[in-house]
Design a protein. Structure first.
Length: 187
């Protein structure tokens, strides 16, 4: 059985270290696990109930919901902006939480990882992302964590996909997330 995990990256910057981390996860995913980097978060409008109507949500939000609904799990990559979660990632979680009680994130296994310039690797933002995803209905893997500090220095000359320690950490997260997704699907 193949496990499909959608990766949402909380940074829109082309050279984002969190995007590179997501690329590393996709590149090194074990056999039987597919990690799809979701493209298009920049096009999703800020959540507004006036836009989220019965006739349909905006196309970018509807596409996000559809892709996540078809996935077995979510892997969120969160940098830390001013000590908290980036707006683009929070916005995605908000759209995925609706309709209330039946959102695309409902019951999906969710893991949060990331890297940041600071000495703690974005821990605060990742904790906030876990909190938001859990309140939105996701089955957050609270003990599955990977925070990589000093991203600007660590990844100045090395892509995360070529950092053995980072790859090992990502593989542990992916294994735990895919196991939870498989268990949830079988139930």
């Amino acid at each position: 059985m193949s496990v499909r995990i959608v990766a949402l990256v909380g940074s829109l910057r082309a050279g984002s270290h969190n995007r590179q981390l997501a690329e590393a996860a996709a590149k090194h995913a074990p056999e039987g696990v597919e990690i799809e980097l979701y493209e298009g978060l920049a096009e999703v409008p800020f959540y507004n109930e006036d836009l989220d109507i019965e006739a349909g949500a905006p196309a970018a939000a509807a596409r996000l919901r559809e892709v996540v609904a078809q996935a077995d799990g979510l892997l969120l990559f969160s940098p830390e902006y001013n000590g908290t979660i980036p707006a683009v990632l929070k916005n995605a979680i908000d759209w995925l939480s609706r309709p209330f009680g039946a959102g695309a994130i409902g019951g999906k296994p969710v893991a949060v990882v990331g890297t940041s310039f600071g000495q703690y690797g974005g821990l605060w933002a990742q904790d906030e992302a876990r909190k938001a995803a859990g309140i939105a209905g996701g089955a957050v893997l609270e003990d599955v964590k990977l925070s990589i500090p000093s991203s600007v220095i660590r990844f100045a000359e090395t892509h995360p996909a070529d950092d053995a320690e980072v790859v090992t950490g990502l593989l542990e997260v992916i294994q735990q997330l895919s196991t939870k997704a498989t268990t949830a699907t079988a139930a």
